[in-house]
Design a protein around this ligand. Structure first.
Ligand code: TRP
Ligand code: ZN
Length: 884
C-alpha cells in the first residue's frame, strides 16, 4: 500500500516555490472502462506533446498512478518492453519519448473499486459505481499527468452489465451508445471543453432521474437531470429548483451562462465531503440533494440551495478557469464560496446569511488560524493536499474576495470579474492573476492588499477614541497586530464605520479623503497605527465599527454594557446590531464565569433581560433575524475568547443565563411560541421558515425550565410534528433535559425513520451532542449500534464528529475518556479512509488552549495516533504539525 507511511519514512513536503511548468501536455484523453465492482479494466489512450514553454529537453515522461495494476503500455502503437519503462509505487516513467512530435500512449490497467474504502478514485456506494478525483484521485484510476495545469479534451466509453448498471454517465454529451453480447451495453461521452483530470467523473448504477430544463439568457435549452436511488426520487424537487435559481442568478449578477446542453447531478450516500463540481456531472453527498419537509429541516433546505449553487458557480470559477497548482486552491474555492454566499443572501435573508457565515468563521476559522495548523489562504507547503480544503482556504478566502469588493465598490468589482473571465477563460491560473485583473480593470493599487494571500493569522485591531467637544471632532486610532505570527505583514484592511447620536440618529460626520455613503464610511487601515479624524461630530458619538463585518479581524474595544444595549436597540447595520447583542451576552457570561471560579453568586444584570424583553415586544418582519438576535453566543465562540478554555464553566455560565432569561421572560416566549406555532404544512417561503425558526427558539428557551410544563410542550410538538424542523427541535429539547419520555421518543423516532439514512444521522448526532450526564456511555453504545458504520463518512461525522466537535462538555471530560475514544476511532479510520480520519483528528489539535492536565491527555492520544503502524500522510501531517 503506497499511501501509507511507516514512522521511519518521512512523508515528502511539496513547496509552492518549487513549482515548475509541466514538461509534457496532454491534448486528448480517450478512456475505455469495462466496469465491474471488483475488477474494472481501464484503457487510456493519450495524445501527448512536449510543452514548448518548458525548456527541459529529453526529459523522461513521468505519469502518476497509485493502487493500480498495470497490464500494458504502448507508444505510438508499439508495446513497450519491461526495460523501456519503469514502474514505482507512485508512477510510471518512460525515459525515451518523442520530443518534436505529438505521440500517443495507450495504457491498460485494472482497479478494484469494491476495495476502495478511501472513496477517492473509482469506488462503490450502495451498489453504484462513482468517482471522486479532486484533488489527486484520478491517479487511482489510471496513470496520468495528474496536475491541474494539464488540461485535455476527454472522451469516455463505459461498458457494463445492463441490469446492474443501466445508467452510465460521464462528463459532457452522450454521443453514442449500443448493446453488446452477455447482457452488456455501452455509452460514449464526449466533453468538448478542455479540463484538468480532477474534473473527470463517471457514474454507473441503477438510478432514477428527474428531468427539467432551463432556457439560458441567450435562449439555449439546457436539460437538467438529477439522479438518485429509486427510493429517493420524491426528494429531488428542491435541488432542481435550487439549480435553476443558481443558473439564473449567475446570468443576472455575473453575466455567466452555462456552456453545455446537459447538466447532471448524482447523489451518493458515501462521500468524503459535500459535493464535487465535475464538468457537466456534479456528484453530491445525498445530504446536499435530498429533501422533503418530513425528512429535511429548514436548515438542510438552505444548505442544499447553497451547495447546489456552489458547485454550479464552479463552472466558471474553477472549471472554465482553473488553478495552476493546488496552492492556488483559494482562487476557485474562496471566490466560489463568496459567490454562493451572495446567492444565498439574495434568495433568503441577507442579514441572517451574513450572521451565519461570520459565526462559522469566528468560531472555527479563527481557531484554526490561531492554532498549530494556521496557514495563509494560499499555503506555501503541504504534505497531503486533502488537508488543505480548510476553513481558511474556503471561508477566509471568501472574506478576502469580499474585502476586494468592499474596497472597489460592487460595480468596479464586477468590472474586474469580467476582465478576469475574459482574460483567463480556458486557462489554469494563480491568485495573482485574479488580483491583477481586479487592479487592471480599476484604478486601485492592491499591492499591499495582496499580503492577505501570504499572511496567516487573524489580525487584532485595537480601537481607541478621543472626542474633542470644542473641535466637534472624533479621533479614532486604529492599530493592527497579528498575535502568534512573528514579523507579521502590515495589512490593508477595510473598516466600515458609522457614528450615532444619543437619540439613535446617525451622524453626518466626515473624514477627509473618505467617501461617505448614507453616513457610512469605509476607512482603509494600511499602517500599523493610524488616526482617522471625523469632523462635524456635535456630541459624544456611539461608534458602530466593522459594520457588516467588513474584514476578518478581531476588535479590541472596551465598551460599557449600556453602549452595547444602545447599539442593540438602534444600530441600523443588521450585522452590528446583532453583534452588539452577542457582545452584551458574552460580557455577562464572562462575568458569570469569573464569579463561578471565585465560588461567588452574582445575579444576571437587569440590562440584558430588559434588552431581550424590548426585542421580544417589538414587531419584526424578518423572524429569522429576530431568532438570531435572541440566540446566545455558542460555547465554542466563548471558548475562542478565553486564554485557558474552561469547558465546564462556559457551559454552566451560559446555561445559567439561558435559564434565567427563560424564567424571567417565560410569558413573552410562550406568547411568541403560541403565536407562531400553527397548523404546520411545511411551506418553504421565508415567512414560514422564519415562523418555525423563532417558534423553535422559544421552545428551546422554554425547555430550559426542565419542568412538567416544558416536557408537555416538547412532547406535544414531537408527537404532532409535520416537518423535520419541528420534530428535530422537539427531540433536541427532549434529549437535553430530564424529560421522562426521552427513551420512548428516541425509539419512536428511530422506528419512524430507520429507512432514511440522513434522518438516522440526525438521530445519532442529537444523542452524541447532548449535554446530559451519561452521554459518553450513550456514545459508546451507539458505536455498537447495527446502524453505525465506520465506512460511511456521514455516519462517522454524525456520531464521532458530533461528539468531538459539538459536545465540548463531555468530549473534554477531565479523565480523558473522550480523547481516548476519539483516538481509537481515528486509528480505526486511518486504514479505511485517511481523509475522514484526518478530519476527525482536528478535535485534538487545539490542545494548547486547555489546562495542563487536559493538554497532557490530548498529547498522549496524538502520540498514540502518530505511532500507529501504517499511518496515512493525511493523519500524519495533522497530528505531527499539531504536536510540533
Ligand atoms: N471542490 C469541492 C467543492 O468545494 C470539494 C472537494 C474537494 C471534494 N475534494 C473533495 C469533495 C473530495 C468531495 C471529495 O465543492
Ligand atoms: Zn468548491
Amino acid at each position: 500500500m503506497n499511501n501509507k507511511h511507516t514512522q521511519e519514512v518521512k512523508p515528502q513536503t511539496i513547496y509552492l516555490k518549487d513549482y515548475q511548468q509541466p514538461k509534457y501536455l496532454v491534448e486528448t484523453v480517450d478512456l475505455n472502462f469495462i466496469l465491474e465492482a471488483e475488477y474494472t479494466r481501464v484503457v487510456s489512450r493519450l495524445t501527448i506533446t512536449h510543452n514548448p514553454d518548458n525548456k527541459t529537453k529529453q526529459a523522461p515522461l513521468e505519469l502518476l498512478g497509485e493502487d493500480i495494476t498495470l497490464i500494458s503500455v504502448a507508444l505510438n502503437g508499439v508495446a513497450l518492453t519491461d526495460n523501456q519503462f519503469e514502474l514505482t509505487d507512485e508512477s510510471l516513467i518512460i525515459p525515451d519519448v518523442p520530443q518534436n512530435t505529438t505521440f500517443t500512449l495507450a495504457i491498460e490497467n485494472t482497479i478494484n473499486p469494491q476495495a476502495n474504502s478511501a472513496l477517492e478514485g473509482l469506488f462503490v456506494s450502495n451498489d453504484m459505481l462513482c468517482t471522486q478525483c479532486e484533488a489527486q484521485g484520478f491517479r487511482k484510476i489510471t496513470f496520468f499527468l495528474d496536475r491541474p495545469d494539464v488540461m485535455a479534451r476527454f472522451t469516455t466509453t463505459l461498458i457494463a452489465d445492463k441490469t446492474q448498471y443501466p445508467v452510465l454517465l460521464s462528463n459532457g454529451n452522450k454521443i453514442a451508445h449500443g448493446e453488446l453480447i452477455d447482457n452488456r451495453h455501452w455509452v460514449t461521452w464526449e466533453d468538448p471543453f478542455k479540463k484538468p483530470c480532477y474534473l473527470f467523473a463517471l457514474v454507473a448504477g441503477q438510478l432514477e432521474c428527474i428531468e427539467d430544463n432551463y432556457t439560458s439568457i441567450s435562449g439555449r435549452n439546457i436539460t437538467l437531470q438529477i439522479f438518485v436511488e429509486t427510493h429517493d426520487i420524491d426528494k429531488c424537487a428542491h435541488a432542481m429548483q435550487s439549480l435553476k435559481n443558481a443558473m439564473h442568478w449567475d446570468e443576472q449578477v455575473y453575466g455567466r451562462e452555462y456552456d453545455l446542453d446537459l447538466y447532471m447531478i448524482v447523489a451518493v450516500g458515501h462521500f468524503n465531503m459535500g459535493a464535487m463540481e465535475n464538468k457537466g456531472l456534479n456528484i453530491f453527498n445525498t445530504k446536499f440533494v435530498l429533501a422533503c419537509p418530513g425528512t429535511a429541516t429548514d436548515m438542510d433546505y438552505g444548505h442544499i440551495e447553497g451547495v447546489i449553487g456552489h458547485e454550479y458557480f464552479h463552472n466558471w470559477t474553477g472549471n472554465r478557469i482553473t488553478c495552476r497548482d493546488w496552492f492556488q486552491l483559494s482562487l476557485k474555492e474562496g471566490f466560489t464560496v463568496f459567490r454562493d454566499q451572495e446567492f444565498t443572501a439574495d434568495q433568503t435573508s441577507r442579514a441572517v446569511k451574513r450572521i451565519d457565515d461570520v459565526n462559522m468563521l469566528r468560531t472555527r476559522q479563527f481557531a484554526e488560524d490561531a492554532g498549530p495548523l494556521a496557514h495563509p489562504i494560499r499555503p506555501e507547503a503541504y504534505i497531503e493536499i486533502n488537508n488543505f480544503y480548510t476553513l481558511t482556504v474556503y471561508e477566509k478566502g471568501a472574506e478576502v474576495v469580499r474585502m476586494i469588493r468592499t474596497l472597489l465598490g460592487t460595480e468596479n468589482f464586477h468590472r474586474g470579474a469580467d476582465l478576469y473571465f475574459q482574460r483567463h477563460d480556458g486557462q489554469a491560473v494563480t491568485c495573482e492573476h485574479f488580483v491583477k485583473a481586479m487592479e487592471d480593470a480599476n484604478d486601485k493599487d492592491l499591492s499591499q492588499f495582496r499580503r492577505w494571500y501570504a499572511q496567516a493569522g487573524t489580525p487584532s485591531i485595537k480601537v481607541e477614541k478621543n472626542y474633542d467637544e470644542n473641535l466637534q471632532a472624533l479621533t479614532l486610532t486604529l492599530s493592527q497586530t497579528i498575535p502568534g505570527q512573528a514579523n507579521a505583514a502590515i495589512l490593508h484592511i477595510p473598516i466600515k464605520v458609522a457614528l450615532f447620536a444619543a437619540d439613535g440618529a446617525m451622524m453626518d460626520a466626515t473624514v477627509s479623503g473618505v467617501a461617505s455613503i448614507n453616513n457610512e464610511l469605509t476607512l482603509e487601515l494600511t499602517d500599523q497605527t493610524q488616526n482617522f479624524v471625523f469632523n462635524n461630530v456635535p456630541s459624544t458619538p456611539i461608534i458602530s465599527i466593522l459594520r457588516d463585518f467588513s474584514a476578518p479581524v478581531k476588535l479590541q474595544v472596551s465598551r460599557p454594557l449600556t453602549e452595547l444595549a444602545f447599539l442593540l436597540q438602534y444600530d441600523n447595520d443588521s450585522f452590528n446590531r446583532w453583534e452588539a447583542g452577542q457582545q452584551l451576552s458574552a460580557s455577562i457570561i464572562f462575568q458569570l464565569i469569573a464569579a463561578i471560579k471565585e465560588d461567588q453568586n452574582t445575579g444576571i444584570p437587569a440590562t440584558i433581560v430588559k434588552s431581550f424583553k424590548s426585542i421580544l415586544e417589538q414587531s419584526w418582519t424578518d423572524l429569522s433575524y429576530l431568532a438570531c438576535l435572541l440566540s446566545l453566543p455558542a460555547e465554542n465562540y466563548l471558548a475562542e475568547q478565553m486564554t485557558v478554555v474552561d469547558v465546564d464553566a462556559i457551559h454552566q455560565a451560559r446555561q445559567l443565563l439561558k435559564r434565567t432569561l427563560a424564567e424571567q421572560l417565560s410569558n413573552q416566549f410562550t406568547v411568541l411560541y403560541q403565536q407562531h406555532h400553527q397548523d404546520e404544512s411545511g411551506e418553504l417561503n421565508s415567512t414560514a421558515i422564519g415562523r418555525r425558526r423563532i417558534k423553535n427558539l422559544c421552545l428551546d428557551y422554554l425547555s430550559q425550565l426542565d419542568n412538567e410544563d416544558s416536557y408537555q410542550l416538547d412532547n406535544e410538538q414531537f408527537a404532532k410534528a409535520n416537518t423535520m424542523t419541528d420534530q428535530v427541535a422537539a427531540l433536541g429539547a427532549i434529549v437535553n433535559t430530564n424529560n421522562p419520555k426521552k427513551q420512548d421518543c428516541l425509539q419512536q423516532f428511530y422506528q419512524q425513520w430507520q429507512d432514511e439514512a440522513l434522518v438516522i444521522d440526525k438521530w445519532f448526532s442529537l444523542q452524541a451532542s447532548s449535554s446530559q450526564p451519561g452521554t459518553f456511555a450513550v456514545v459508546q453504545a451507539l458505536l455498537k449500534h447495527p446502524a453505525f458504520d465506520l465506512k460511511n463518512p456521514n455516519r462517522v461525522r454524525s456520531l464521532v464528529g458530533a461528539f468531538s466537535q459539538a459536545n465540548a462538555l463531555h468530549y473534554h471530560a477531565k479523565n480523558g475518556q473522550g480523547y481516548q475514544f476519539l483516538a481509537d476511532q481515528v486509528i480505526a479510520l486511518n486504514s479505511l479512509n485517511p481523509q475522514v480520519a484526518s478530519r476527525m483528528v482536528s478535535a485534538l489539535t487545539q490542545w494548547r488552549r486547555f489546562d495542563t492536565q487536559r493538554q497532557d491527555l490530548m498529547k498522549q492520544q496524538l502520540e498514540r495516533i502518530i505511532n500507529t503502524e501504517n499511518i496515512s500522510k493525511d493523519v500524519f501531517e495533522i497530528a505531527n504539525k499539531s504536536l510540533a
